[in-house]
Design a protein around this ligand. Sequence first.
Ligand code: GRF
Length: 194
Amino acid sequence: MARKRVAILISGRGSNMIALIEAAADPAFPAEIVLVVSNRPDAPGLGRATEHGIATAVIDHKRFESREAFERTLDGALQAAQIELVCLAGFMRVLTPWFLSRWPRRVINIHPALLPAFPGLDTHARALAAGAKEHGATVHFVVPEVDAGPIIAQGSVPVEAGDTEATLAARVLTIEHRIYPQALRAVAEGRAKA
Ligand code: GRF
């Protein structure tokens, strides 16, 4: 079966992007990363993608007069590259119902919490404040409601005594790097229920 053509959307350092690129470097992986798009020209992940030989594009949302205009350009870049699946990896823009209707069940995201617990921002601080014993990460299909789409994969880590936001985030990140490639594999193979 042909490998699915994947774009990764980033806004920052891109460690999950690297995990996906490294998994897809195996020719047996059912998806290939053909494009990395950043909405921020200064995202450190752009250089890391280039080092791995992946084509990159910057679509700076600040240069567009509206969210819709930004998304039309993003949609055009994805269509031009014949993208089939889109992975959000630290992409800090909320996608509109219009964009998502163009990519039904084709956009997935990683969120640093065990959804439905702690949607939104500052998940590690909120998990610590809530006294959570367990924390983790979730890969899910993206729907218009933020962090609410069907779950594809989850991984958990213990919250340990003395944890800070930074130590907990680092522990969660290791699990993110493990589950995101597994989830992409499941979606690319048509095994994930949307
Ligand atoms: C990760 O924690 C991810 O779960 C969240 O944003 C962070 C991105 O990190 N959505 P990186 O850019 O992949 O290193």
